[in-house]
Design a protein around this ligand. Structure first.
Ligand SMILES: Nc1nc2c(ncn2[C@@H]2O[C@H](COP(=O)(O)OP(=O)(O)OP(=O)(O)O)[C@@H](O)[C@H]2O)c(=O)[nH]1
Ligand SMILES: [Mg+2]
Length: 298
């Protein structure tokens, strides 16, 4: 690293947080131009923070994509809120994301870490592709009156609109600092985490109602092989027997379909061929059990 980079280089942690389904994970992927965080049309897709790093010559942004804010109904929700609060506590800059099509404005953000935070906060109005241009300015005024945000940036994460303005705003607010990670790193989380997330993403996209929420995915075995495909065995936990039947489907067809889709996206992510073995197990009420969640790494 030469002297000039040291002097001019900026780096910092940036937490992306907000209501479920507002497009936080879509934004992370759009900023990094890679499919790192999982996305679905359902709320509460993200459960654990995802760390993604954007590297430029004199800049390193360490983004934390967090679960959507939730009023905890059971133990898993409490862990999700804890994850959000950890990310906010560590951040140099907060990006609070709202979906501009939400009926209720402004949102009630009930997070201790946010309320007591001395951090600078940028409000992101996402999904502007879904509303008329004339509606954007009144929304900006509405949010400005709600809380004194440092800046409000309208964007469309799916259409990648407004991202340059957002990036400028982020860079402006980060401190001079050497990088925290290798300048070619995109994350510090292990491959097996992303593999389990990609399986969960297919579950969120393939099953209805309560089914995706009753599942958790754990990688039991991940054998890298010099010759031939890597072998990955993943367990899909559900809470009840009836859910196991739904996941598997008639003659195993549904699970086979989910497995094929997951294998394809995992292969794209890893850049190599894999053999994916999916098994379904009942783990009664895992979402409500502190000790079971702990075993699952929460
Ligand atoms: N039209 C439109 N849809 C978007 C935009 N950004 C995200 N979406 C969609 O909104 C849905 C939720 O996106 P996610 O990125 O999973 O949202 P999230 O905030 O991470 O959701 P949780 O993890 O559940 O809190 C998906 O169907 C996205 O395709 C956008 O700019 N425009
Ligand atoms: Mg998400």
């Amino acid at each position: 690293m030469n002297q000039e980079i040291n002097i001019k280089h900026k780096a910092g942690y940036i937490a992306i947080f907000g209501l479920p389904n507002s497009g936080k994970s879509t934004l992370l992927n759009a900023l990094l131009d890679i499919r790192l965080a999982i996305i679905s049309a359902r709320p509460h897709t993200t459960r654990r923070n995802v760390l993604g790093i954007l590297n430029e010559e004199n800049l390193q942004c360490v983004f934390m994509d967090t679960p959507g804010i939730v009023k905890p109904k059971y133990e898993l929700h409490k862990k999700m809120v804890k994850n959000i609060e950890n990310a906010l506590g560590d951040a140099d800059l907060l990006l609070l994301m709202v979906d501009c099509t939400h009926k209720k404005h402004p949102i009630d953000v009930d997070l201790k870490a946010f309320k007591t935070s001395a951090h600078r906060t940028v409000l992101i109005l996402n999904k502007i592709d879904l509303i008329g241009k004339s509606k954007i300015l009144p929304l900006i005024e509405l949010y400005q009156n709600w809380a004194p945000f440092d800046t409000i940036v309208p964007i469309s994460a799916t259409k990648k609109e407004g991202l340059d303005v957002l990036k400028e705003e982020i860079e402006k607010n980060l401190p001079l600092s050497p990088p925290f990670y290798d300048k070619d790193a995109i994350t510090d989380q292990p491959e097996r985490f992303f593999v389990s997330e990609l399986i969960r993403e297919q579950i969120f996209r393939s099953y209805h109602e309560e089914i995706p929420y009753s599942t958790e995915v754990m990688i039991k075995e991940f054998k890298e092989r010099d010759k031939g495909k890597d072998y990955i065995e993943a367990i899909i936990f559900v809470e009840r027997d009836s859910q196991k039947g739904i996941i598997i489907g008639a003659k195993g067809a549904k699970l086979k379909d989910v497995g094929a889709k997951a294998r394809s996206v995992i292969e794209q992510f890893l850049g190599r061929k894999i053999y994916l073995d999916l098994r379904v197990k009942v783990n009664p009420s895992w979402r409500r059990s502190e000790s079971k969640l702990k075993q699952m790494g929460y």
